[in-house]
Design a protein around this ligand. Structure first.
Ligand SMILES: [Zn+2]
Length: 347
């Protein structure tokens, strides 16, 4: 058993075919450092990427701006983080452009020269993944995602349909030029898992668990032990209206995932967007209550044969309307929930 496979324990089903290849990858801090010294091959950014530290822990994070990706924020709208162990670094999410991913990599290098061993993809959505390219090109890290990440590339029905990856990339090349350009590519995972994957690095254990399909088909949370810090991904979007109008969203599983966050009792939670929380109960409560509010109001409307426009106009949104992403997401979220409730009547 080589060094890497000794440190990784799978408790889920189905191993990804690429795993054996990835295990053979060598890790060399010197290689990382030499490649980092090269000039950035990506468009320069102006938004500040600032690293914050979870007190009394080996966990660090950066916080994106509370907005939808655009020219003003240069695509820096999501959170990411990393864990520094005495046997290498694990990164959770890589931000929304190769430039931002590279900036994150530079920030990690300011904290440690340990090799970056793994990059965990919290889920495959454009605002979190284009930074993977920087890690693929400039480190030897193994990229890990949940198995349903394949739907992002190939669609949910194998062989029949294209996934969102290419369409989204085209749209982002227009919306986020020059940071997403013709050289930007969507990097696939090297290793996937089904339900649970534990990684032990030095004195740190990282516990990856699948909580999807919730916000996306491939939602993964990462618990850091013994720090007791949780990267919750996009199922937790503290004090921000979550984007939940995609056809792939499963609000039932989403609520279950939030309950799982509470069961884990982390002392600090970093969500995919918005401010992190040292009070997970309050943080989870926000997203949980929002989803429940949508379900209650929209199911009442469906039960009473009220059409969507009227139901939306009659609903009191005052507790949410001043929050980030309300304009962009709330009405669509409500409509998606309305359609789900309508569908449930026929099941
Ligand atoms: Zn997101």
């Amino acid at each position: 058993m080589n060094k890497l496979s000794a440190g990784i324990r799978r408790t889920g089903l189905g191993l990804f075919a690429g795993a054996a290849m990835a295990f053979a990858a060598p890790y060399a801090a010197a290689n990382d450092a030499a490649r980092d010294a090269a000039t950035t091959p990506y468009a320069p950014i102006h938004v500040p990427v600032q690293v914050q530290h979870v007190p009394d822990s080996n966990v660090y994070y950066v916080l994106g701006l509370a907005a939808v990706p655009g020219q003003d924020n240069e695509g820096f709208t999501s959170n990411a983080g990393f864990v520094v162990t005495n046997d290498g670094v694990v990164v959770y999410d890589t931000l929304g452009t190769p430039s931002l991913g590279y900036a994150l990599l530079k920030k990690i290098r300011e904290v440690t020269d340990q090799p970056i061993k793994y990059v965990i993809v919290g889920h495959y959505h454009a605002d979190h993944i284009y930074g993977l390219q920087a890690f693929k090109d400039h480190t030897d890290a193994v990229i890990i995602a949940q198995a349903k990440a394949s739907e992002y590339f190939h669609g949910s029905q194998a062989g029949l349909q294209q996934g969102p990856a290419q369409i989204r990339l085209q749209q982002r090349r227009e919306a986020l030029a020059p940071w997403v350009d013709d050289n930007t590519r969507v990097v696939k995972p090297d290793v996937t898992f089904e339900q649970q994957l534990d990684i032990r690095l030095g004195d740190t254990r990282l516990s990856l668990s699948y909580v999807g399909p919730a916000h996306s088909p491939s939602d993964v949370m990462m618990m850091v032990h013994p720090a007791n810090v949780l990267f919750a991904g996009d199922i937790m979007q503290n004090k921000r209206i979550p984007v939940m109008f995609g056809s792939e969203v499963d609000t039932g599983n989403w609520l279950k995932g939030l309950e799982k966050v509470l069961d884990m009792q982390p002392r600090f939670v970093i969500g995919g967007h918005g401010t992190p929380a040292d009070d997970p109960t309050a943080a989870v409560k926000f997203t949980h209550d929002y989803i429940e509010y949508l379900q209650t109001t929209m199911s009442d409307a469906v039960d009473n044969w009220v059409d969507f426009e009227q139901a939306y106009a009659q609903t009191d949104w005052s507790q949410y309307e001043d929050l980030p992403a309300f304009e962009e997401a709330n009405k669509k979220n409500a409509y998606r929930t309305y359609l789900n409730m309508e569908q449930q009547q026929f099941e």
